[in-house]
Design a binder for this molecule. Structure first.
Ligand SMILES: [Zn+2]
Ligand SMILES: [Zn+2]
Length: 134
């Protein structure tokens, strides 16, 4: 059982079982949301995640039409991103690895949206590199 929390501690969570993957996302939206060069995500089934506390949800919509394609959920008190839900992969969640209490056994092997990757970023150990989302 993995545990995690936001910066202020209002939101806590548990992730049961093994993740599907640990994936780095270089997309410009993750860069903007995180304030960093990329996001690191523990990809798991929604049923593996138990959230405690109140989260706020930012719904990202496509440029054409108004379909929601990502729901970015974060702590409204401190702003920490906690989890993203991908509309096209229903039931799959991406938990933000930086909010885990213990990251000692986390090693990403997948990177996506390399088209937006900062030119000075080069990550070792990637088994899969995709130009866009996986
Ligand atoms: Zn918080
Ligand atoms: Zn992204």
């Amino acid at each position: 059982m993995r545990t995690g929390r936001c910066l202020c501690g209002e939101v806590t969570y548990e992730v049961a079982g093994d993740p599907i993957a640990v994936a780095v996302c270089h997309c410009s939206h993750c860069q903007r949301q995180s304030g960093g060069a990329f996001s690191v995500n523990l990809v798991a089934h929604e049923s593996q995640l138990t959230l405690h506390g109140e989260l706020k949800t930012y719904e990202e919509r496509g440029e054409l039409g108004d379909d929601v394609y990502v729901r970015r959920r974060f702590c409204p008190a401190c702003g920490s991103p906690i989890v993203s839900e991908l509309a096209k992969s229903a039931g799959v969640v991406a938990v933000k690895v930086g909010t885990l209490d213990d990251t000692s056994d986390i090693a990403p092997t997948v990177e996506v949206w390399c088209v937006d990757k900062q030119p000075w970023v080069s990550l070792p150990g990637m088994a899969v590199s995709l130009e866009r989302e996986g």
